[in-house]
Design a protein around this ligand. Sequence first.
Ligand SMILES: Cc1cc2nc3c(=O)[nH]c(=O)nc-3n(C[C@H](O)[C@H](O)[C@H](O)COP(=O)(O)O)c2cc1C
Ligand SMILES: [Mn+2]
Length: 537
Amino acid sequence: MLGSLDTASVLEAQGEFRNPQHTIKPMDDRIAHQPGATAQVGDVTPMGRHDLRDWLSLIEGHGLLQRINCPVNPDEEIAAIAFMATRREDAPALLFEKALGDQTGAKILTNMLGSSKERYALAVGLAPDLSIAELIAQTRLLMDRRIAPARIAKTEAPVNEIVLRDTEVDLTIYPAPKFWPGDGGRYIGTAGITLTAQPDSGRINVGVYRQMLHGPRRLGLYCSPGKHGLLDREARWSRGDACEVVVAYGVDPVLFMLGAQAFGANVSELDVAGGIMGRPIELTDGEFVSLPIPARAELVIEGLLHPGDVAPEGPLGEFTGYYGRERSPQPVIEVKALHSRGSPILAAALMAKYPSCEIGAFYAVMRSARILDDLERIGVPGVLGAYAHPAAASGWGIVVVSMQQQYPGHAAQVLALTAQCPAAAYYTKWIIAVDDDVDPTDFNDVMWALSTRCHPAEDIDMLRNTWSTGLDPSRYSAEDRPYGSKVLINACKPHRYLKQFPASTLLRQEVYDRVAARWTELGFREAPPRLVVFHRD
Ligand SMILES: Cc1cc2nc3c(=O)[nH]c(=O)nc-3n(C[C@H](O)[C@H](O)[C@H](O)COP(=O)(O)O)c2cc1C
Ligand SMILES: [Mn+2]
């Protein structure tokens, strides 16, 4: 079981999409108790797991991994296979075991998490059959825990199977993929993590920042403005010092997912990752840098960013489904040492439109969890659920929030606060409020609400010059792109006319129960659909 995780709250949440949060009690008459779904984590708990290899065995046991052992070319072909295989949401993770012409024995893992809520659940130690709303509720609890990392001896670190220094290192021999035809180079690190330290506090940051290969010991590192890796580097460079970095490829998916989340500048993602794993992340000493290195990664690089040492980097096909920034000068890591397991597994994150993007299910769940945390902190009442759907540019474009309307102006308040809360403010263009009988994770439901409860002439507001990104292609001048705009859509029933609003067509509960009890007898093989709201006389 997951340490302090409250199993009762998992069970309570089951079948109740309108109130997956453990902190807000559902209205009694609306709880649907759904038998059969399991909240047991059993063998899926991450506490028994150490690294990426353990996790791959776990997902393979669940039929969620496909090995490809005929030779494939890392030059656009791996990405093409990954893209084609992931045009469906239930595509497995793909482990390419043989890269054409490769002498290193390295394997390439793509679609590690992708759009699979099951692989996300298995990564964080939750049951894969939980609904998305339940995963969001449980993720809120998991992301609240902190466990500091632990140091283990160099000799005990699996990543030290091979250790190379200085001119012994040649990164160009690894099968680093080029993904899209217009990419600026081969990217060895797209799902790797980069560690940097804040010089004054010593806080170790973990960020997912891409790395393009420039040469045997030269590696481009792209951090966009404001990212902690960039701030740590600037802090060193402003003192005239080089900045130490550690890059780890083939890490446990929890470390990858947290490296891709923004926490406060003083928070180490290593502590949050430990909290989710229920055990400390194991680190060991490096050969060259003073930073520790992840002991159970597949491959680790130690290096230095020297002030002013930059080289042309990018572009790279992005999570938006378009090429991102123009080629530009970016810092270069001078590689000083390499640590590797035999036949390392290098994770490669395909950036593409949904459902082919590596930033899919995990991002939607974690972002939604953090939006709900923000709204709870602000103290706005009646918020029941939120969902940043991954099809909307990997969870960036749309946020749906469900609520129980309690007073005039409540929906407008929830919309405005959601639009600008820290977890949702970046990029998000469409913020949609729905009533408590609409499941925000079910877009059929959301479209129903938009089409029947929203009166566009009255229910849509606009925010201008909001926080956005240069990656949003909808504005033509690159300088304008970071200034976004947002639409607030009230798709709740009009508050003024709640009493007169036409009743939804709902089943009578006793009839539903009767039919559900005879479902198998009636010849249906799957479980009866879960209904939670019923007709009232
Ligand atoms: C697959 C993937 C690739 C990413 N690539 C980059 C990148 O190249 N540069 C960047 O600044 N952020 C990138 N990000 C986003 C950052 O990881 C994210 O903003 C994270 O919060 C950075 O950590 P930080 O908040 O500690 O700076 C990527 C995220 C993912 C999931
Ligand atoms: Mn950070």
